[in-house]
Design a protein around this ligand. Structure first.
Ligand SMILES: [Zn+2]
Length: 448
């Protein structure tokens, strides 16, 4: 396919993304930040430690060939011993762990069992040296799955914590927050039905129901009793899948934090397939949250000039409200531009190193402001949603993107947000020039 425009004619040389059949539903993974209080952060660290301990226990049990008593601490076998790795189901492996760690959230144990099962699957039923099964997990993604539920667009309930945690679920593009919130509501309604069944049984004089009720209310206390407006659901809208993991991260501004990665099922047709046989370059920034430029068009989302950073760091809840209100000013425009970007067959984005950018004092403030507007998340959204549209994302090195002429590839100068090339006299808005430069690099890579 050839498309003509002011950027010139070009032929797509990469394999056509639509040549492979698209599944009915695509599973995408999207991350949202958590903002725990110090006490909640300690609980999250505890969950991480429990997940790690479960992994070690399951691996130790495998190293004993599944012959040790799973309810007792497992010693290291002799390093030279060979073991036959038992072929057991994920649920049985979960049982190995819950025998040793009673009281741990069942979805956490099952999630860890599923991770360990997958990581060891090639040894199942085989006789291997015991040390083969010592491979630890360096980066623990704590599988919470059904053990984390949205109690609204800015709060989550986590199994094991008795208070809800502030979370930026609202900071997802194109209404995907709704998928998380409605799944949380369905889960809460199910739990409420269980609670009323137990209440009826208890009032009928069935004594065990009272202790069941106590256990349930302890676990789900932070989930129950929240009354959020109903979010539309149904087969044609994205829906949350069970899989969700908690992970310790370094935020774009260099501060430590926690994120949750959610799986969301996107129904066919929700996002149109990439149908523009052109490449688009995407530049994110502070003055302008997002600038996109193709061969024939340019799209921009202007930034919010007055963000009081001091106001944003009062408390976790206040800070979430400020971030949400700043983000909501741009949300509709971001959605529009994101749809335009994902309609292109090739998308060129910066390979951004936020940590390096925030290494300097002014850089850190810049990145913090970009986090408020969602600019730091734009590239994650593009990466997560491109498999749905069929767009190919090409990450290009950001070196020189702001001062290289997108027309002739020579260096130019930027004055008052205007780029001027001294070689070919090309002049353009600095962000548009940067986006076009990204498009040019992406085309080179897509063509090679
Ligand atoms: Zn030039």
């Amino acid at each position: 396919m050839i498309r003509s425009g002011p950027g010139g004619r070009f032929a797509m040389t990469h394999q056509h993304p639509r040549s492979t059949p698209r599944p009915d539903r695509a599973l995408v993974r999207l991350a949202t930040a958590l903002h725990p209080t110090p006490a909640q952060a300690a609980s999250l660290a505890h969950l991480e430690a429990v997940a790690q301990a479960c992994q070690s226990h399951m691996l130790a049990w495998y190293r004993h060939g599944g012959l040790a008593d799973p309810a007792s601490p497992l010693s290291a076998p002799s390093p030279r011993s060979r073991v036959t790795v038992p072929e057991i189901s994920i649920d049985d492996l979960a049982g190995v762990c819950s025998a040793f760690f009673p009281g741990v959230s069942p979805s956490l144990v099952r999630g860890v069992a599923s991770q360990v099962h997958r990581a060891t699957s090639r040894y199942h039923g085989r006789t291997v040296p015991a040390e083969t099964l010592q491979t630890g997990f360096q980066h623990v993604h704590v599988p919470l799955d059904a053990g984390i539920q949205a109690t609204g667009p800015d709060r989550v309930w986590i199994d094991g914590l008795d208070t809800a945690v502030v979370a930026d679920l609202w900071q997802l593009p194109m209404g995907l927050t709704g998928a998380l919130v409605s799944a949380g509501q369905a889960f809460r309604h199910g739990t409420e039905r269980e609670v009323s069944t137990m209440l009826r049984a208890a009032s009928d004089g069935y004594r065990p129901a009272l202790s069941d009720l106590d256990v349930t209310l302890r676990r789900y206390g932070a989930l129950l009793g929240v009354d959020e407006p109903r979010v539309p659901g149904g087969p044609a809208v994205p829906a949350r899948a069970d899989h969700a993991t908690l992970r310790r991260v370094t935020r774009p501004d260099g501060t430590p934090g926690w994120t949750v990665t959610w799986s969301v099922r996107i129904p066919h047709g929700w996002l149109p397939a990439a149908n523009v046989a052109d490449a688009v370059g995407v530049d994110v920034g502070l003055r302008r949250v997002l600038t996109a430029a193709s061969g024939g068009g340019r799209w921009m989302v202007e930034g919010h000039p007055a963000i009081d950073l001091n106001l944003a760091f009062v408390s976790a809840s206040t800070s979430a409200l400020v971030r949400r209100s700043v983000f909501e000013r741009q949300a509709a425009e971001l959605d529009e531009v994101l749809k335009v970007v994902l309609a292109h067959e090739v998308v060129g984005v910066e390979r951004t190193n936020w940590t390096r950018m925030s290494g300097r004092v002014d850089g850190r403030e810049r990145v913090t402001r970009m986090m408020l507007t969602g600019a730091t998340a734009v590239l994650d959204w593009v990466r997560a949603l491109s498999p749905v549209s069929g767009s190919r994302v090409v990450e290009v090195s950001p070196t020189g993107s702001s001062c290289t002429c997108s027309a002739c590839d020579q260096s130019g100068t930027v004055t008052e947000w205007q780029f001027t090339c001294g070689t070919c006299t090309h002049s353009d808005d600095a962000d548009v020039n940067a986006a076009r430069y990204m498009r040019r690099r992406a085309l080179e890579e897509a063509g090679s």
